[in-house]
Design a protein around this ligand. Sequence first.
Ligand code: SF4
Length: 374
Amino acid sequence: MNPAQETSDAIAAALLVWFQRHKRDLPWRGATPYGVWVSEIMLQQTQVVTATPFYLRFMERFPTVNALAEAPIEEVLVYWAGLGYYARARNLHRAAQRVVEEFGGVVPANPAEIESLPGIGRYTAGAILSIAYNLPRPIVDANVIRVLSRVFGIVGDPKSSANQATLWRLAERLVPQANPGDFNQGLMELGALVCEPAEPRCDACPLFVFCAAGHSPDPTALPEIPAGKAAVSVTHVSVLIRNEQGAFLLMQRPLQGLWGGLWEFPRAVMRAGETPKEAGLRAGREIAGYDLSLSKQVAKIKHSVTHHRITLYGFMATPREPLPLENPHRMEWARPRDLDSYALSAPQTLLRNALQAFLVEEGKGVMQPTLEWE
Ligand code: SF4
């Protein structure tokens, strides 16, 4: 076996093990080919958390391709209302009618046939064929582009035709004969949960040993977004956890990846559908290992790094119950006068400055307004 194929097999094996352990329980896992198809169409331009209730309602009303084909388009659009991009619904409906008329109501398992249906391109065909029919077909979507660009160190615009050809070639080489659907879902899941755009968690990544970007000072530098393209906005929430002695909890980031080895106040990246306070409580539970009560918002900081515009909220917090942590980071309680001796990232330095200003005012008994920093 050639070395490139050996590496591909090792990547596939590592990803499959990780996926079995970490996959989210989503309603379309194990669905029929039609159910997988509906989920893939809904997930185009739509987050999982948004698409899930729509998927459940849609599948309850149109449980089979026949049920969808027979329904009037007006009713289909009612069930799609709120998801946007209505051409997706119209194409899905037309395609369902063709599946009934031309393929006896069975979603085709043949690449040429399935790609002939309205709204099904190379990506959607690959997803349906691999996930529902267990065929070793590649997929390349935004998550896969990010993961493969970082693992293989692909520079330049990932949308260029040369890089698109490279990405599809790599995806094709990687997808295993056994479990191709799980492998493809694993790639997408890794991009969604670990290899995130602004904050890849390289220390928790099954592909770290293979990854070019993971061993670089800034994994977020890939994929390279062409100059002039809009920056991605992300919201971070840090909790300023103060114990009874007045010390604050700081955590050290893993050595690999963005801000490697620097310290920070326990922080979470806000997820779709979360409020800043909910993300702060999650930072307490998942990062710091405390059930918290949050109080004042001390700061809202804006900062840009590479192609990401970060908004960082900081909330005062009091620890209640300690909770068990799976992969605890190194942590220390720092007295306010010692906070300056920790190396922090740029946004966390601004947050520390805001906290110190807050503590001075608090000491004077002055109610402090929320501070905004740029
Ligand atoms: S090691 Fe880091 S950059 Fe590489 S794939 Fe994993 S999370 Fe992404």
